[in-house]
Write a protein that binds this ligand. Structure first.
Ligand code: KG4
Ligand code: ZN
Length: 322
């Protein structure tokens, strides 16, 4: 059974093909035209998705050697995200589903990230941290489509903080991978205080780290040591909150998903914790279409119904409401 998944929630055009839960093709076109603006320009993102999507879809089908009629399910990200960008992929996918007379699955972007990190055979309940450019959210997964929010960022998302500090250091966008590379050049990091150490809940905060980075850049401290110090504190913060929650919940398994999950220092830190931690396979942590197809495949297999074509896309959509 072939499943087509499309994600156009932000600035990456993602088209993926999944067969019986296995990723076969996963094409991601990262839009370069936002570089000069220091952030994503929503209207430009929508237009780029529109240009790229038909070609990328044809290429994905050709690479897999399947015809449109071979597709059994069509899925797309319904939200959250930039509404104009979402609408392009969502409407395109609905059009395909209608023309091919196939079931359509409207997928929550975070359920896609979770599906990408969720290994076959792992039964809920477990905890999942989604750390990306738009989210730093900790959930308890009680079942597919059953999520309980335990904590979230009070200010910036983790990936957003990596991006902003990278920018302070004169690195390109997205900054996470470049900051990680620069941090690797330093022997020792400049110390950064770990945020929210005395809270009782499971929230996150990155704005203090960002401000400290700005002060240290203005003081002219070496950039690699600064990058390493920031990265260490950000990872220590994520690990402390999440591992404390995992211990309290007592589930023993944990997923770390989203773009930031690709960070190797973060993976090392979580692996030291002594519980089963699962990360997305390479290429599936950043925004992509295959994760949306994986979520739809799981929903279909669990007997959850497809979505009506009359359902619209939405920029705000709490995961708990799926
Ligand atoms: O999941 P994603 O592709 O898009 C969103 O849904 O936001 O995540 C992108 C974010 C960016 O902020 C990027 O800088 C960050 O993930 N990221 C990283 C790394 N790779 C990507 N952050 C830290 N270390 C990395 N290696
Ligand atoms: Zn994402």
């Amino acid at each position: 059974m072939w499943v087509l998944g499309i994600d156009t929630s932000c600035d990456d055009t993602g088209v993926g093909l999944v067969r019986e839960g296995q990723v076969v093709v996963n094409l991601v076109l990262s839009q370069a035209l936002h570089q000069g603006f220091g952030g994503v320009v929503p209207e430009l993102a929508s237009r780029e998705h529109l240009k790229a999507l038909p070609r990328l879809t044809q290429e994905a089908l050709a690479q897999a050697g399947v015809a449109p009629k071979d597709l059994a399910l069509i899925a797309a990200t319904r939200g959250p995200g930039l509404i104009g960008a979402l609408l392009v992929g969502y409407t395109f996918a609905k059009g395909l589903a209608w023309a091919l007379e196939r079931p359509f699955y409207a997928i929550h972007h975070l359920e896609g990230h979770i599906a990408a990190a969720w290994p076959e055979g792992l039964e809920p309940p477990f905890l999942v941290l989604v750390a990306s450019g738009g989210h730093t959210h900790l959930y308890e997964v009680l079942g597919l489509g059953q999520y309980r929010l335990l904590g979230a960022t009070r200010d910036d998302a983790a990936g957003e903080a990596f991006d902003k500090v990278a920018r302070l250091l004169g690195l390109g966008f997205p900054g996470g991978p470049e900051l990680e590379r620069l941090a690797g050049e330093a022997e020792e990091g400049v110390p950064f205080p770990v945020p929210l150490r005395d809270q009782e809940g499971y929230d996150f905060s990155f704005s203090g780290l960002k401000t400290r980075a700005l002060h240290l850049v203005e003081k002219g401290l070496p950039k690699a040591a600064l990058a390493k110090g920031f990265q260490e504190a950000a990872i220590a913060h994520l690990a402390e909150v999440v591992l404390r929650a995992a211990k309290a919940a007592g589930h023993g398994a944990l997923l770390v998903a989203g773009g930031v999950a690709a960070n190797r220092a973060l993976q090392e830190r979580f692996k030291e914790a002594g519980l089963k931690v699962h990360f997305p396979p390479k290429g599936l942590s950043q925004d992509n279409g295959a994760m949306i197809a994986l979520a739809a495949w799981r929903r279909h297999r669990a007997g959850l119904p497809p979505s009506p074509l009359a359902l619209g896309a939405t920029p705000y959509w709490p995961l708990e409401a799926t």
